[in-house]
Design a protein around this ligand. Structure first.
Ligand SMILES: *Cc1c(COP(=O)(O)O)cnc(C)c1O
Length: 430
């Protein structure tokens, strides 16, 4: 590292020299893993461009309509491109989908009917979905209130327990839910191969069951997506991976045409479906974000690896482990104390370009069971493809690190968080 860099880190950004040395030394541990990430990035970059070309994307598509939004060719083009990239019949991609939770809630409530059963096979779903399903918190408007039943089968050794899943299937099981990413748990993300194996086993047992994948945080981590290995319907957020840090808002649902239509009807109204809905001029940023996403995701994953390498070297348990195949952008670190989680998150906040002076505090976020501390200073509010960290204040005090639009920014986040822990005497460098 040259003197200019050391100077700005020490003098302007307040990092101790020992921390700079420590982080740069641990960076050597990730070199070979970075190569594979870059190969995946390269493939996905070409894939996205090839699909934009195949769809005949043109600058004309960046115009937009008003009122009902009938005949918005840009909206239709963005949806066509999403369906090509994710290898599905159809797609719903809208800036008016407020979040990943909204995209998933539309998917569940659009497809399931009273008396149907939803079976989650990756253990308890992401916190916010538990309220959607009606198994936690205030269940007003939940699936349970509409007479949709729910069951779950836990993972065993971080794998889908196929035998128990097949036993749990009954005549009402209409949909099986698979969550690819870690969420707020201590398991690693499921790989595409594992998801594909589970789907094959379920489909050979019963072809009619709809397989739904929550792909949040998983996009562009591998050569394939869950829809390449048999998922019928899949949803995610545009302020995570596929928005590339550029999309202002939005969510996507991709999958079988009949299912996407049911979701579209829930999102607007019966009879309207996909044919209405304004883009408010967001088509260009939605697609530019998708274009950048493979690159941005690779930067974020490299950052996650660095976090993993640094904290593993300090003796903390990390999820995923350094040698695990990555299938989401999250790096969990078991920090074992409330103070460490808080200092870690404050360090990430202090590394932000935006709102670096804010002190994050644990608060009761809507949709979450425990208090959560969140660190994020994004150009897009709440965008977790940007450098961010959070931790629910519960044992064993995991901090979840994710995002970062550039690797250097990720690295600054590592410096800052480690520096905080070091200065408070909460870690031992040797
Ligand atoms: C982020 C996420 C969601 C949805 O979260 P939003 O904050 O509503 O976008 C759902 N499932 C998983 C696994 C997630 O990581």
């Amino acid at each position: 590292m040259n003197q200019f860099t050391v100077n700005i880190l020490c003098k302007e950004l307040g990092i101790e020299e020992e921390i700079i040395e420590f982080v740069n030394d641990k960076e050597k541990l990730i070199v070979d893993k970075v190569e594979e990430i870059e190969r995946i990035r390269e493939y996905n970059q070409y894939k996205v461009i090839a699909k934009m070309q195949e769809a005949g994307l043109s600058s004309m598509h960046f115009n937009w309509t008003t009122g009902y939004g009938y005949g918005d060719v840009g909206r239709e083009k963005a949806e066509e491109i999403y369906s090509l990239v994710f290898n599905t019949d159809d797609a719903l991609v809208r800036p008016t989908i407020a979040s990943g939770t909204h995209a998933l809630a539309l998917t569940l409530s659009g497809i399931l009917r009273p008396g149907d059963e939803l079976l989650y096979v990756t253990g308890a779903p992401y916190d916010t979905l538990q309220q959607v399903i009606g198994i936690k918190g205030n269940s007003a408007g939940s699936l349970a209130e509409f007479g949709i039943k729910y069951k779950e089968v836990d993972l065993v050794d971080n794998k889908i327990d196929i035998d128990s899943v097949l036993k749990a299937i009954n005549k009402d099981t209409r949909m099986i839910g698979i969550q690819r990413s870690t969420g707020y748990s201590d398991r690693r993300a499921l790989t595409i191969e594992e998801i594909g194996d589970a789907i094959r086993a379920i489909k050979s047992y019963n072809t009619d069951i709809i397989i739904m994948v929550d792909n949040c945080y998983g996009e562009f981590l591998d050569y394939k997506e869950p829809t390449d290995v048999g998922a019928d319907i899949m949803a995610g957020s545009l302020i995570k991976n596929p928005g590339g840090g550029i999309a202002l808002s939005g969510g996507y649902i991709v999958g079988r045409r009949d299912l996407v239509e049911m979701v579209a009807i829930r999102s607007t109204a019966p009879g309207l479906g996909k044919d209405t809905g304004l883009t408010f001029g967001t088509t260009r940023t939605t697609l530019q974000g998708l274009f950048l996403a493979p690159h941005i995701v690779s930067e974020a994953v490299k950052g996650a690896l660095l976090v993993g390498a640094v904290y593993k070297s300090l003796g903390f348990k990390i999820t995923p482990d350094l040698d695990d195949k990555r299938s989401d952008i999250i790096q969990g670190v078991e920090l074992l104390s409330r103070e460490r989680v808080a200092e870690f998150c404050m360090g990430i906040q202090a590394a932000s370009a935006v709102d670096s002076f804010i002190m994050p505090e644990a608060w009761e976020m809507p949709g979450y069971e425990d208090k959560v501390i969140m660190a994020a200073g994004g150009f897009i509010d709440g965008s977790s493809i940007e450098l961010s960290a959070d931790g629910p204040m519960r044992e064993p005090y995991y901090a979840y690190y994710q995002g970062g639009l550039t690797y250097d920014h990720c690295k600054l986040g590592v410096y800052k968080s480690l520096n905080n822990l070091y200065k408070k005497g909460l870690i031992n460098l040797k």
